[in-house]
Design a protein. Structure first.
Length: 438
């Protein structure tokens, strides 16, 4: 992952030093359990932990140098540890396979990554809630197919995003629980050379559950679901980013990204204020989703194991989580500082001569006794005149002059159907559904 789209805590989780520290914990906790079971001497476990207590540094370069010869990363790590611990290190990795270490380590990393992402979502949800209540009753036009439909409030747009990301948070919590499993079951997963109690001990120490049947590797359906969840979250980021990009278009300009003093929008055109952050988020979302298909394809491994998944996960594990962590933080900043223009929203609402109230007139006519077909024709023929005038004409005034409409609705009744506030009567109900009684 490139530094431009990385944040320190998530990037550190995927560093070589972090990976080796987790490997050590897995091996040392397994050694403790084996010592308690009498499989290895207690002195071996003590020697390993004593060395670790006085040696906080991981020499990544030294391990890499050993791996250049062994062509095996776990063996290289164990050799490096043995070089420092001495003879007692021969009891490390008793009955274990590389997958026991690698898969359990990946589970730890993904679970910890999920914790960071859940915290990111919590921060985003707080900001969305604050801005939603700020604009709870700020009128704006709702659009379908990009065309003016009926009035909504800007707060409802943000409430919808809050509800969506709350669902994403729940999905990620479930995915975290599913991925946080430990497998210390030995070759082909039979526990032939290692006691299941060793696995249980390591799982407890590492904050993981136990994989019921590991077949030497943790089944990759767990990972597929995890990365699919990240992909859904990325799509939600893109949905909100796309909404903001549309609202920032010059012809709309109802909201826009914060433009800092000294910021430049174009190398050629000094007037430009481009939605660069939300465009960036759209691209980052694509990158996170690109991890989903390989994760799905990793499910089909040969027999009890192969390593066709390994190279894939070395990419998508860090890349997807680091990118999503950055994207969630960036989106939070965009929403937090989003510039909102209620006056422009009202101007756009009024732009088409009251067309946004057409449904209310249609319903009123049917309730007054006109057939739905005739009511639709009456309202539409007047609405099309307003449309073709680009809003220069008034739908209300045209309807007042329409004899077919006047036969069913008085002027006062007709004017009542153009009340903007009518559309917001249920906003409190929707907010209660999303936010409870907050």
């Amino acid at each position: 992952m490139i530094a431009r789209y990385s944040r320190p805590a998530m990037a550190a989780l995927w560093s070589a030093e972090s990976r080796y520290r987790i490997w050590f914990e897995i091996e040392a906790h397994a050694l403790d359990a084996m010592a308690d079971l009498g499989v290895v001497p207690q002195s071996a476990a003590k020697a390993v932990w004593d060395w670790w207590a006085t040696n906080p540094m991981i020499d990544v370069a030294a391990i890499d140098a050993i791996e250049a010869v062994t062509k095996h990363d776990v063996i290289a790590f164990l050799t490096w540890v043995a070089d420092h611990v001495g003879d007692e290190a021969r009891f490390l990795h008793q009955g274990m396979t590389s997958s026991d270490v690698l898969d359990t380590c990946l589970s730890v990393q993904l679970a910890r990554a999920a914790d960071l992402l859940i915290a990111d979502l919590d921060t985003l949800l707080e900001v969305l809630k604050r801005r939603a209540f700020e604009h709870k009753l700020t009128p704006t036009i709702g659009r379908s197919h990009g065309i003016h439909a009926e009035p909504v409030t800007f707060g409802l747009k943000l409430a919808q995003a809050h509800a969506e990301f709350a669902r994403n948070r729940a999905r990620l919590v479930t995915a975290r629980a599913d991925i946080a499993t430990c497998a210390i079951s030995g070759a082909v997963g039979t526990f032939a050379n290692i006691d299941p109690r060793v696995e249980a001990h390591v799982a407890a120490k590492m904050g993981l559950g136990i994989e019921p049947v590991s077949t030497q590797v943790i089944p990759r359906d767990r990972h597929a679901m995890f990365f699919a969840t990240l992909g859904v979250i990325a799509s939600s980021i893109e949905r909100l980013a796309t909404e903001i990009r549309h609202l920032q278009r010059t012809e709309v300009l109802e909201a826009e990204e914060y433009f800092a003093p000294g910021q430049k929008g174009s190398s050629a055109m000094p007037h430009k204020r481009n939605p660069v952050l939300t465009e960036n988020l759209t691209g980052l979302a694509r990158m996170v989703r690109s991890a989903v298909t390989p994760a799905m394809e990793n499910v089909a491994l040969w027999h009890e194991r192969d390593i066709s998944h390994s190279s894939v996960e070395r990419y998508i594990g860090p890349d997807a989580t680091i990118t999503l962590d950055f994207a969630l933080a960036r989106l939070t900043g965009v929403v937090d500082k989003l510039l909102v223009y209620p006056v422009r929203m009202q101007k756009n609402l009024d732009r088409m001569g009251g067309l946004v109230h057409s449904q209310r007139v249609l319903l009123a006519l049917t309730q007054a006794g006109m057939s739905r077909e005739d009511a639709y024709k009456a309202v539409q023929r007047n609405a099309m005149q307003v449309w073709e005038s680009d809003g220069a004409l008034s739908l209300m005034e045209l309807l007042k002059a329409d004899a077919d409409v006047a036969a069913y609705l008085s002027v006062a009744e007709l004017e009542d159907k153009f009340d903007l506030g009518y559309h917001f009567a249920q906003v409190d109900t929707i907010f209660e559904r999303v936010f409870g009684n907050a």
